[in-house]
Design a protein. Structure first.
Length: 244
């Protein structure tokens, strides 16, 4: 095998994302053949070198895993939790891979989360330059109509900058102040959808991510996961400009 950048090897092994792997190297937590590495850009042949992180030898992923999970409300988007709160890792205890999640949903939000041991894909899927579109189904409480749709699509000012929805549609009007909506957005800032509606004085009762890029939640039930099929993987690689 040809020599490969160390951070890519770590990411491909599912140790961390590409950026997280660079931080591990910079912090002096990675060694190659017993020699501590702190310099980014070092190239290594993983077939003949022993690579350790915090003294533990990493294993190369011979196969890649791509899982779609329907996160229930009340589950935090981490693979473990020191406070023993319900977390993503609780649902994947039978998996042998070192999985990490792509993107986040806040604790009370529901819906699609991608999990993988492919560090390069995870890095690209969360990088702003690729701008994967996320689609959400919202249940809201408050006055809502054409004016609010126009404001959300034009952009609302948050404390960390302007936030704009790509599209907003009313799916169902339960009552004059109770609606179900479909909202598309390409950003992934912290609680961004909830904060956008908060600016308008509208309460979000439920928030469900139904699509992530080319992936759709479909019929996957709450608390269940499935492997992506070949077409889904191909489409994901295509939008992220990854050569298969």
């Amino acid at each position: 095998m040809a020599e490969i950048r160390l951070q890519k090897i770590l990411a491909d092994a599912g140790v961390a994302s590409r950026r997280g792997s660079e931080e591990l190297i910079a912090d002096g937590r990675v060694s190659v053949d017993g020699i501590q590495i702190r310099e980014l850009g070092v190239k290594v042949d993983p077939e003949i070198s022993t690579i350790e992180v915090d003294g533990e030898t990493i294993k190369l992923n011979k196969s890649k895993t791509y899982l779609l999970f329907h996160k229930p409300a009340g589950v935090i988007s981490t693979m473990s939790d020191p406070e023993d709160r319900p977390n993503l890792g609780d649902y994947f205890k039978t998996r042998n891979e070192r999985l990490f999640h792509v993107g986040r949903l806040d604790r009370e939000s529901e819906g699609l989360i991608l999990l993988t041991n492919d560090g390069d894909l995870a890095h690209r899927a969360t990088h702003p330059s690729y701008g994967l579109i996320k689609k959400y189904v919202l249940e809201i409480e408050g006055a809502f109509g054409k004016d609010q749709i126009k404001e959300l699509e034009h952009g609302v000012e948050l404390e960390d900058g302007l936030a704009r929805a790509l599209s907003v549609q009313i799916i169902r009007e339960v009552s004059p102040k109770h609606f179900w909506l479909e909202v598309s957005i390409h950003e992934g800032r912290y609680h961004i959808v909830r904060r956008m509606f908060d600016v308008l004085g509208i309460k979000v009762l439920r928030l469900i991510r139904s699509e992530f890029g080319p992936l759709s939640l479909g019929e996957t039930k709450e608390g269940r996961w499935r492997s992506l099929n070949e077409t889904e993987v191909t489409n994901l690689f295509k939008v992220l400009k990854i050569n298969q």
